[in-house]
Design a protein around this ligand. Structure first.
Ligand SMILES: Cc1cc2nc3c(=O)[nH]c(=O)nc-3n(C[C@H](O)[C@H](O)[C@H](O)COP(=O)(O)OP(=O)(O)OC[C@H]3O[C@@H](n4cnc5c(N)ncnc54)[C@H](O)[C@@H]3O)c2cc1C
Length: 578
């Protein structure tokens, strides 16, 4: 069915929806308000709503736009914890990887990584083979409940030197003997997974609003009664009433407690992690772990020094992670030119034959996460081990206030489950089973991706290129047909791989407020490389039609994106409407 709404009616629709959410947030009483729509907050909101609580979710910027948009895109299955002999964490991580592969099949894939082996000692094949055998045993149930076999994690295996060099000719070394290959998950677009979870929470009746910050707490007689929130678009404050306040604003959680004068603190050391995006394909369809000069002080079974991981992603290569102790203001996080150059030098030193240079780095992902106890000048760093969840009422703070910080993206769902368990206990509602582990997210309710692609191709016909069909399937999953109901369902954007209708749908139906929300997080068009001015203009024009933007506002939105490379901290940016 063609889209017959007038431009004026269309531009009003998202605004009306936002006004409606704001009215509900002001007028209704909630069981729980979740502050922060990163992976942890989104999962908490979804989980709590599915367990029957009345939920509000707010984020000061865009959903999934904080640390959760800044990752290496790996769903960790926990192989690193084998080195630390931490089998509990290994199993937990493996179960969480499986959960996301099951919940979001359009936005995740298994991805293999090679670990080169050298000589006959600890870095040789024998210890790695033994470690893989243990991994296989401890993660025997890694595919339990994943009906879609394309999402299964295969067993690890060993490659001969010849097999390894066929794939990775640039990684030859005098004492190289081959490699071990293990599998993890890859997120195609982490911010979109978060958005899909927020939409699932809405389907389960949560009220969710982005660009709405929690600025203070409503307190009475030592217990919370809700939050004072501010709509960034109008500047208006609202009182949001709730019995539980879940401060899941990740690395910003301590700052909120301080701002709200909550008589509660969260003392968690933070690391500033950085991963770079190289604007070319350096790898076959397999990632690789390469050794750096730094040690892992927590490793019991050490193969040598800490690994850097390189992962193929679309037409690019992701390399991470560079960590350092961070003690500054989380909203003022930046990455300096020297730091980017220093990291590139470390990569060049670890693999000179790849010829990576500063000019190859187009995008830098950086953010804060819980760390181990480290001296600020330490080089061999101890990483954060567990997510943090605090019941402030139990330690002298306001009753009904809880805070959480996820140690990894992969562990965000589990933190949401634990935060919801805690909220239920505090509300004395008794145990109710968590269902997020096994429920598909918005758009993820399919078993066979090939079948999904065939259905889209049947609808679009042969004129739509395969790349556009792939983008549609891997972005919207089973909701592709809603996108194709928009005008421009056959018009391609200047990149030749994205339909104009996708921009229209994101602007109209996906709570986008800025152009960056659409192109970086909803559609993932500019997170691997800078976008051409033609592509940006085309997107701004369509978004402008949907959201009622003037030509001046369109130019301002384009300028903000163009200026944000290689690194921008979206959470620190104030909403600006021209
Ligand atoms: C470079 C890098 C690479 C990484 N790679 C990986 C990886 O490959 N795999 C992995 O598993 N993990 C990875 N991580 C870790 C992972 O990204 C984080 O642990 C995870 O995203 C944290 O999620 P979160 O929801 O706790 O925080 P966030 O995503 O930061 O969410 C917090 C949200 O709270 C909002 N907020 C803040 N203050 C307020 C307020 N006052 N009111 C309302 N909202 C507020 C923010 O806008 C933000 O959206 C990486 C991290 C970095 C930095």
């Amino acid at each position: 069915m063609p889209d017959t709404q007038s431009a004026e009616a269309r531009a009003g629709a998202p605004n009306k929806e936002r006004a409606n959410s704001l009215a509900r947030l002001s007028n209704e009483h909630f069981d729980i308000v979740v502050i922060g729509g990163g992976i942890a907050g989104a999962c908490t909101a979804w989980d709590a709503a599915m367990r029957g609580l009345k939920v509000a979710l707010i984020d000061r910027a865009d959903f999934g736009g904080g640390t959760s948009a800044q990752s290496l895109k790996v769903l960790h299955g926990g192989i690193r914890y084998l080195q630390h002999l931490d089998i509990v964490r290994l199993r937990e991580s493996c179960a969480e990887r499986a959960a996301f592969l099951r919940m979001a099949p359009h936005l995740t894939r298994p991805l293999s990584f090679a670990l080169p082996t050298f000589g006959v000692g600890m870095r040789g094949k024998l210890p790695l083979r033994a470690a893989f055998q243990l991994l296989n045993v401890f993660t025997a149930g890694r595919n339990r409940g994943i009906a879609n076999v394309a999402q299964h994690i295969p067993a690890p295996f060993i490659l001969s030197k010849r097999e390894f060099l066929e794939k990775f000719p640039a990684f030859d070394a005098p004492d190289l003997t081959g490699a071990g290959v293990f599998f993890d998950g890859q997120m195609l677009n982490p911010a979109r997974i978060v958005l899909s979870i927020v939409r699932s929470a809405q389907t389960a009746s949560a009220v969710a609003l982005n660009y709405c910050s929690a600025d203070g707490l409503l307190l009475r007689d030592g217990r919370v009664e809700g939050v004072i929130a501010k709509d960034a678009l109008s500047g208006n404050s609202i009182e949001l009433r709730a019995r539980i306040v879940a401060n899941l604003s990740g690395p910003y959680a301590p700052a909120f407690l301080q701002q709200a004068k909550a008589c509660a603190t969260l003392n968690v050391p933070l690391s500033r992690d950085m991963a770079i995006v190289i604007n070319r394909k350096l790898l076959p369809g397999m990632g690789i772990g390469i050794q750096t000069k730094y040690k892992d002080p927590d490793a019991w079974l050490s193969r040598g020094n800490r690994h850097l991981f390189m992962a193929p992603w679309r037409d690019y290569t992701l390399i991470g992670v560079h960590s350092r102790v961070y003690e500054g203001d989380p909203f003022k996080l930046t990455v300096t030119e020297e730091e980017i150059q220093g990291f590139v030098d470390e990569v060049r030193e670890a693999c000179p034959a790849l010829g990576v240079s500063r000019g190859d780095v187009v995008v830098v992902n950086a953010g804060l996460l819980p760390f181990g106890e480290n001296d600020p000048s330490a080089k061999d760093l101890s990483f954060g081990k567990r997510s943090v969840l605090v019941d402030h009422g139990a330690s002298g703070g306001p009753e009904g206030l809880i805070s959480g910080m996820s140690v990894r993206w992969t562990m965000g769902r589990l933190l949401g489950e634990k935060a919801t368990d805690l909220a239920l206990r505090k509300l004395q509602l008794g145990a109710r089973a968590c269902r997020t582990r096994a429920t598909p997210v918005h758009g993820g309710d399919f078993q066979d991706r090939e079948e999904l692609m065939r259905a889209i191709m049947k609808h679009t016909g042969p004129a739509t290129p395969a790349s556009a069909v792939t983008h549609l399937a891997d972005t919207f999953g089973t909701h592709w047909s809603e996108v194709l109901k928009m005008n421009d369902s056959t018009t391609l954007l200047p990149d030749g791989a994205t339909l104009a209708a996708e921009v229209r749908y994101a602007a109209r139906s996906e709570m986008a407020v800025t152009l960056a929300d659409i192109v970086l997080r909803r559609l993932d068009l500019g997170t691997g490389s800078t976008m051409s001015s033609q592509l940006l203009s085309a997107c701004a024009q369509i978004a402008g039609e949907e959201l009622g933007w003037s030509a001046q506002r369109q130019s301002a939105e384009i300028a903000r994106i163009a200026q944000s490379y290689p690194f921008a901290n979206p959470v620190s940016q104030q909403f600006v409407s021209a």
